[in-house]
Design a protein around this ligand. Structure first.
Ligand SMILES: NC(=O)c1ccc[n+]([C@@H]2O[C@H](COP(=O)([O-])OP(=O)(O)OC[C@H]3O[C@@H](n4cnc5c(N)ncnc54)[C@H](OP(=O)(O)O)[C@@H]3O)[C@@H](O)[C@H]2O)c1
Length: 252
C-alpha cells in the first residue's frame, strides 16, 4: 500500500512548485493525474514531458476561482473516470503588504484563491469523491496559518481558514468515506518564494528560526501529500501535518 496504484487524482496548481512535485510523485506511485493551472504554456510543456515518459496524465487550463473552469474539471473527472479518489487543493498565491496597504481587490483575490476556491472545488467534486468509496482531500495550508511569519494578514487568514475547513469537512464527510487533511509547509524553494529567498537578510532570518537550518524542497512536501493520499494513512482525518524544519517548536 505504499503506492497510489489505480488511484485517480486532481491536483490544482500542478505546473510549478509543490503542485508540480506532487504531480510527479503521484505519477511515480502509480496514480493517474489531472493537474490544473492558469498558464497554458507551462501546462502543455510539463504535460508533454510526462506523457513522453509514459505516465497517464492530463494538464488542463483551469483557474480555480472561475466556476466555469471548475465545471470543466468536474466534467473531465465524470466523463473520464466516473469517480475521484484524491483531490489536492494546492493552488495558492500571496500578495505581501502591510494590512492597511492592500486594495480591497487584492485582499479578496488572496482569500478567493486560497480559501474560497478549495471549498468550492471540494463541494463540487463531493459526489464524485463519495462515489469512489474511499476518497482523500489534501489541502495545502501554511505555517502562516498558526503563527505570524510576516507573510501578510490576508494570506495568514486564508490559510487559517483552510485549516478549519479541513477539520469541519473531515467530520462532516467521514460518513461519506472521504478523509480530509492538510499539510502546512514552511519556506520551500518554489517560484512563489523565490523573491523572498533571494533577499540575503530574509533568508538569514528564516534559517535562524529553523532548527534544520535549511529551506525545504518541494519534493519534501509532495511526499507528505502522497502519504495522506494513500491508504497507509487510513486512520488520519481532520489533521494538519506541519513540515517546518522545527520552526514552530523553537523558542529561542
Ligand atoms: N513555497 C512555500 O514556501 C510555501 C509555504 C507555505 C505554503 N505554501 C503553499 O503551497 C501551495 C503551493 O505553493 P508553491 O510555492 O508551489 O507556489 P508556486 O510555485 O507559485 O506555484 C503555484 C501553482 O499554482 C498555480 N495557480 C496559481 N493560482 C491559480 C489559480 N487561480 N488557479 C489554478 N492554478 C493556480 C500556478 O500556476 P499558474 O500561475 O499558471 O496559475 C502554479 O502552478 C500554495 O497554496 C502555497 O500557499 C507554499
Amino acid at each position: 500500500m505504499w503506492n497510489l496504484e489505480g488511484q485517480k487524482a486532481v491536483i490544482t496548481g500542478g505546473s510549478k512548485g509543490i503542485g508540480r512535485a506532487s504531480v510527479l510523485e503521484f505519477l511515480k506511485l502509480g496514480a493517474e493525474v489531472l493537474f490544473t493551472a492558469r498558464k497554458a504554456e507551462d501546462i502543455i510543456k510539463f504535460q508533454d514531458e510526462l506523457l513522453a515518459k509514459g505516465y497517464k496524465v492530463k494538464g488542463m487550463v483551469a483557474d480555480v476561482t472561475k466556476p466555469e473552469d471548475r465545471q470543466k474539471v468536474m466534467e473531465y473527472v465524470e466523463n473520464t473516470w466516473g469517480s475521484l479518489n484524491i483531490l489536492v487543493n494546492n493552488a495558492g498565491i500571496n500578495i505581501r503588504k502591510r494590512a492597511h496597504e492592500y486594495s480591497e481587490e487584492e485582499f479578496r483575490k488572496v482569500l478567493e484563491i486560497n480559501l474560497v476556491s478549495p471549498f468550492a472545488l471540494s463541494r463540487e467534486l463531493h459526489l464524485l469523491l463519495k462515489a469512489s468509496g474511499n476518497a482523500k482531500i489534501i489541502n495545502v495550508s501554511s505555517a502562516a496559518a498558526t503563527q505570524d511569519v510576516g507573510s501578510g494578514t490576508p494570506y495568514a487568514m486564508s490559510k487559517a481558514g483552510l485549516l478549519q475547513q479541513t477539520r469541519s469537512l473531515a467530520v462532516e464527510w467521514a460518513a461519506d468515506k472521504i478523509r480530509v487533511n492538510a499539510v502546512s509547509p514552511w519556506y520551500t524553494h518554489t517560484p512563489l518564494t523565490q523573491s523572498v529567498l533571494e533577499q540575503e537578510d530574509r533568508l538569514k532570518s528564516i534559517l535562524n528560526m529553523t532548527p534544520l537550518k535549511r529551506v525545504a524542497k518541494a519534493e519534501e512536501m509532495a511526499s507528505i501529500i502522497a502519504f495522506l493520499a494513500m491508504d497507509k494513512s487510513s486512520y488520519i482525518t481532520g489533521q494538519n501535518i506541519v513540515a517546518d524544519g522545527g520552526m514552530s517548536v523553537k523558542a529561542i
